[in-house]
Design a binder for this molecule. Structure first.
Ligand code: PGA
Length: 252
């Protein structure tokens, strides 16, 4: 695939996985990736934080990178149950997802909070994957582009560059539902995001913008072929290496 930007195929395991079941899946993924000495895309798994250390060891020396699913904005302190970006980095993680719609909905995270978390990720030397996306009501109310503009402008970390920041467009109504926007709809939002980034960043042309929401082996090629789509953020279909690999294969 000839893409202007190096694609990133990222798996978000969410709150799934125990060492006993996750280790064989990661080992299988590492084995599949091992058949490609110079992959044309970055491969990432974001497991629960409890598994990061173990998964980093299992993936060592392979093309499979690891990341966190969220971080606190502070480096350390009295925040029971939270995990800092520095702690994620300490495990060997290289990326951190911030502002996933499940965090925005379940934990009331505003774009201001998301921005602080993204800045924490950068401070720790992680690559921030900043998620944005409209709800079904917003789409039906013809508010998609306004919502996306607002989220991109207010969630983008200070100091964002193409090297340290990735945007993931994930329509909330497409997450875990089996529904996806049409390629035309995806193209419209991704073009809009790139236009927004053009105002906010110097190297916006090089920023990777991922699509996420019900990506699977059967629809990945079509979605990855859309202009300005530079990879995928995959939930359910990333849990098993056998399901995730065909998605990676669209870009490797
Ligand atoms: P899904 O989740 O692939 O299961 O729809 C995507 C995500 O939430 O990142």
């Amino acid at each position: 695939m000839s893409k202007q930007r190096r694609p990133l195929i990222a798996g978000n395991w969410k709150m799934n996985g125990l060492a006993s079941s996750a280790a064989p899946e990661l080992q299988e993924l590492v084995k599949l990736a091992g058949n490609h000495s110079q992959p044309n895309c970055d491969i990432l798994i974001c497991p629960p934080a409890t598994l990061l250390d173990k998964m980093v060891s299992l993936a060592k020396g392979s093309a499979v990178k690891l990341g966190g699913q969220d971080c606190h904005s502070n480096e350390s302190g009295a925040h029971t149950g939270d995990i800092s970006a520095e702690m994620l980095k300490d495990t060997g993680a290289e990326y951190c997802i911030v502002g996933h719609s499940e965090r925005r909905a379940d934990h009331g995270e505003t774009s201001t909070v998301v921005q602080a978390k993204a800045e924490a990720a950068l401070r720790a030397g992680l690559i921030a994957i900043v998620c944005v996306g409209e709800t079904l009501a917003e789409r039906e109310g013809d508010k998609t582009l306004d919502v996306i503009s607002d989220q991109v402008r207010n969630s983008l970390p200070d100091g964002a560059t193409a090297a340290n920041t990735v945007i993931a467009y994930e329509p909330v109504w497409a997450i875990g539902t089996g529904k996806t926007p049409t390629p035309l709809d995806v193209a419209a939002v991704h073009a809009h995001i790139r236009k927004e980034l053009g105002v906010l960043m110097d190297d916006s042309d090089a920023v990777r913008v991922l699509y996420g929401g019900s990506v699977k082996g059967s629809n990945a090629a079509e979605l990855m072929a859309v202009e300005n789509v530079d990879g995928a953020l995959v939930g359910g279909a990333s849990l098993k290496a056998a399901d995730f690999w065909p998605i990676v294969e669209t870009s490797i």
